[in-house]
Write a protein that binds this ligand. Structure first.
Ligand code: ATP
Ligand code: MG
Length: 896
């Protein structure tokens, strides 16, 4: 079976068991502070498990793109070294939301593997949970017994909490699980060593294929397990591993999922891929590098396609690090010194056409982003190599260098590169420690790894301390049946507190509150969260400083809890802020549509921010938007504003219908089966959007773009304002023009008269420069006459009337050319700012040990100032011009 057929067979099988197929969620997670990237198929259902959202269907199945490169599930360091852990992989899964449980899940898993895929039963091993006393969890005998009916007893193994109790993260849904492993060793080896002893023992031919989790608990902050409202099934099968097993391969990279990519890389690098290479073999590093590339490009491309650009923090930084790991391998072992990784993007996009189309439709954009990142990292890499060589040369000289970013802890004579230096290379130049080690080895040196680890740990704890947030568990006051958002219809709602918790960040205590009903819009889709008040019957007012989403919840941020926490309250959104935000949000839709008209349909939203003050819109576009284009866009938006188009809001449209009717959906957004569609004129702007809007475009008043800039490779940004803010902006601009006109005595043509002013100015400047030059060459001859010969030194100390430092410097250099053995001190007064200049012939510097720098510093005391420079030329400035004569008189004392 081909990979495509294998995937389809999985989905078909579960359809035949009454499952609905759902789309993969994006790989990048928004709205969940506990997770950056999707690490399992169940993530998108977390709120259903927690009882915070209803299930849309009782049984679903899908293939989910996952990424395991951070947090609890992090396989990054394994990837490429082994043959069955990837950064990005597809997880095939089937779910029951409070519907079927262990019996069906186990029976169907077995049926699919052994009857549909026809895997030999004697190569399969099962594990089940043995219980855990500390957690108060019992042995899962039910699962054991269910398997016993299907599988030979000696293929059913007990497993501990580490392997058989699955958890999504530090907190969140979890439960006992039952894994299915596959032994792909040749018969001869199997006869020698019993496969059962190799399960969960990191053997690369006895690998876990499928995990069936029985979701029953929520892990709370303090570690407590809280039973979930319902019992669920959550399964995850690694697609690439399944394909490998079914295609009879010993490495995921030997299947048709990876081979086209591997072969492309091999061809371009002019090397052969040897799947069988072992550590220590001559071609081992090359094989690892090819696997790393073939794997990492998937993580990078899908993250970018789902809206996560590489950057310097958080999720963006994780992606940047993966990209750099790939570039480093290809640079170091495959000889790619020029950007190469980006060339893999089109290949990948084609491969995933029809599976995850979001990549194909953005492939040019993704490729461009990868290219730019590669260029900038290759640049860093080569400056890192330069830095490395500097460090080595310092070591070769055996010198001990202190201070700044220099190597502070080198002990001459020791052939070890200090931990601090290795850390600098990693931190500033993105050099992984093994690259530093390798380069050091090539120069016959080692690296102080312990010192490096220490420096790394220190940095980690510094940054952890800076961002530590302590989130308490929810205190539940009332059972909630999901939260009702009333904010599309009203800004005031009577409600009750359902639960609250305490949050401590940077020593400051705050509270988060969930209401059963709320008009407060929670930050999402770029629109900021609402601010406002919770008003209690006894008159107490609790201010809401922000509102955020967490999975299905709407969380209100407050500084204090009310006295009477169980009372009914009135939740009131700040109406002025909300109405300005509405204007900016609706204007963003009009802007998006206008941009597609003016710039072309390739313009896709890459991020946006909408608050009460302004709107910011990031979009894919490869060139600067010209002033004419901006003017056109602005004109279209303002025309739509004047047409006062009424808002058409459809709250529940089938996603598939909406998209086929041409609604703009955003990449990287997670949409449910039903979506909300916001339309301003059917022919003009139709977007999927959960935000709040004006009732008709006329409310926007007026739209004005105030900035256009670049934010990343292929991504540009427009900032704009509306309504009163735009009015004030224009009023100020026109005031400014009035002031300018007045200053210029109300000329007929303002720009012409500014132009001629500038011309005049530059002409005068040139004339002045010319006359200064004439003056200083006159001065040069005068001064040359005033030489006082003291021993073999020609001494001049004079005050000169020149207007600036440049002119004095010129004069000093001219004198040096015509007077030999010169010791020159010039004093000048630039509009009340005294200055001193010292010039000493180079032979005097050498022979007499005179130093212009120290002399000028000494003289500068007379004018209450300071300065410095080189031994033959130095200058000083000061604040007391009356000291210039004393300074000149003092100068002679430096001779002899
Ligand atoms: P392993 O012990 O092999 O790392 P796991 O216990 O981390 O696996 P689960 O969290 O149970 O795996 O994930 C479910 C399935 O997803 C696994 O059975 C496996 O087939 C697949 N899988 C897990 N991690 C990866 C990965 N990094 N790359 C490819 N497939 C993976
Ligand atoms: Mg794992």
């Amino acid at each position: 079976m081909t990979a495509t057929e294998i995937r389809q067979a999985f989905l078909d099988f579960f359809v035949s068991k009454g499952h609905t197929i759902v789309p993969s969620a994006p790989i990048v997670i928004k709205n969940d502070p506990t997770l950056m990237f999707t690490n399992a198929g169940m993530n998108q259902f977390k709120d259903i498990f927690l009882g915070e959202a209803p299930a849309k269907a009782p049984r679903v199945a899908d293939t989910q793109r996952c990424l395991r490169v951070s947090g609890k599930h992090n396989d990054l360091e394994e990837v490429g070294i082994d043959t069955y852990h990837h950064t990005m992989f597809e997880m095939l899964g089937n779910w029951s939301f409070g519907d079927y449980f262990k019996k069906e899940a186990i029976a169907w898993g077995w049926e699919l593997l052994t009857e549909v895929y026809k895997l030999p039963k004697d190569r399969l091993y099962i594990t089940y949970f043995e219980g855990d006393e500390k957690e108060g969890l019992e042995k899962d005998t039910e699962t054991h017994d269910l398997w016993k009916a299907l599988v030979a007893e000696d293929h059913i193994l007990r497993g501990n909490k580490k392997d058989n109790f699955w958890e999504m993260g530090e907190t969140g849904p979890c439960g006992p699980c039952s894994e299915i492993h596959y032994d792909s060793r040749p018969d001869s080896e199997r006869a020698e060593v019993n496969g059962a002893t190799l399960v969960n023992a990191d053997h690369d031919q006895v690998i876990e294929v499928w995990n069936i989790v029985f979701m029953q608990f929520n892990r709370l902050k303090g570690g407590t397990l809280q039973p979930l409202p319902n019992k669920h099934v959550d399964t995850g099968m690694g697609f690439e591993r399944l394909v490998r097993v079914l295609q009879g391969k010993t490495s995921n990279y030997d299947t048709d999922v990876f081979q086209p990519m591997i072969q492309f890389i091999a061809e371009k690098s002019g090397k052969q891929y040897n799947s069988a290479a072992k550590p220590g073999d001559a071609d081992w590093n090359e094989a690892v590098a090819m696997r790393v590339l073939a794997d990492h490009i998937r993580a990078i491309s899908f993250a970018i396609a789902d809206g996560q650009l590489p950057s310097n923090n958080k999720a963006g930084y994780v992606i940047r690090r993966i990209l750099r790991r790939a570039v480093r391998y290809s640079y170091q072992y495959l000889g790619f010194k020029e950007p190469f990784l980006n060339q893999l993007v089109p290949l990948l996009a084609n491969q995933f056409k029809g599976v995850f189309d979001n990549l194909y439709s953005q492939k040019d954009f993704v490729q461009k982003v990868v290219l730019e990142e590669e260029i900038s990292f290759l640049r860093t890499l080569s400056s890192g190599i330069r830095r490395f060589n500097e460090i080595i040369s310092v070591y070769d000289q055996g010198t001990f260098i202190k201070g700044g970013s220099e190597i502070v802890d080198h002990i001459p004579g020791v052939n070890t590169i200090s931990g601090q230096a290795a850390f600098e290379l990693s931190d500033t130049y993105g050099f992984p420690i093994d690259l530093t080690e390798l380069m050091a080895r090539e120069k016959g040196r080692t690296v102080d790894i312990q010192g490096f680890e220490k420096a790394l740990q220190e940095q980690k704890s510094r940054s952890r301390a800076a961002t530590a947030i302590d989130t308490g568990d929810w205190v539940v006051l009332k059972d909630d049946e999901g939260v009702e958002f009333t904010g599309y219809d009203e800004t005031e709602t009577i409600a009750h507190i359902v639960k609250y918790r305490k949050v401590t960040a940077k020593g400051k205590e705050q509270f988060q509150i969930v209401l059963d009903k709320t008009p407060f819009y929670a930050e999402s889709g770029g629109q900021v969260g609402d601010k406002g008040e919770l008003v209690f019957p006894d008159g107490e007012i609790v201010k809401v400083t922000d509102t955020k989403k967490e999975n299905g919840l709407i969380v209100h941020y407050v500084d204090q809890l009310p006295d009477d926490i169980e009372d009914a309250l009135t939740a009131i959104v700040d109406p002025a802020l909300r109405s300005q935000t509405n204007s900016n949000h609706s204007a963003t839709h009009l802007l998006h549509a206008a941009m597609k008209q003016v710039l072309g349909s390739h313009v896709n939203q890459k991020g946006s921010l909408v608050n009460a003050d302004y709107l910011r819109f990031d979009f894919s576009h490869f060139a600067k938007v010209t002033d004419e284009e901006l003017a056109q866009i602005e004109a279209i938006v303002n025309q739509k504003v004047r047409q006062n188009i009424p808002l058409k809001e459809e709250r529940s449209v089938l996603y598939a219908e909406a998209v086929s009717s041409g609604v703009t959906a955003l990449f990287g957004e997670k949409y449910g089966e039903y979506v909300r569609v916001i339309t301003f004129d059917d022919e003009f702007s139709k977007e999927l959007c959960g935000g709040t809007h004006v009732k008709a475009t006329g409310q926007i008043g007026f739209f004005k773009i105030i900035a256009e800039s670049a934010v990343a490779a292929g991504v540009r940004r427009i900032e704009a304002i509306t309504g009163v803010a735009a009015e004030v902006y224009i009023t100020n601009q026109s005031k400014l023009v009035e002031q300018l006109k007045e200053l210029l005595k109300n000329p007929k043509d303002l720009s012409k008269s500014v132009e001629s002013l500038l011309d005049e100015n530059s002409r005068l400047k040139k004339e002045i420069e010319k006359s200064i030059l004439e003056k200083s060459s006159g001065l040069k001859n005068d001064l040359a006459q005033k030489v006082e010969t003291i021993g073999d030194i020609n001494f001049i100390a004079q005050k000169v009337a020149l207007p600036n430092a440049e002119a004095v410097k010129n004069l000093a250099y001219q004198l040096k050319d015509i007077v030999s053995n010169l010791f020159l001190v010039l004093a000048a007064d630039f509009d009340g700012k005294p200055s001193l200049t010292v010039m000493i012939a180079e032979n005097l510097v050498k022979e007499k040990g005179l130093n212009a720098g120290s002399i000028v510093r000494e003289l500068a005391k007379e004018i209450k100032g300071g300065g410095g420079g080189q031994p033959f030329f130095a200058t000083a400035g000061g604040s007391d011009a009356s000291g210039l004569d004393t300074a000149l008189a003092k100068a002679k004392s430096f001779i002899g």
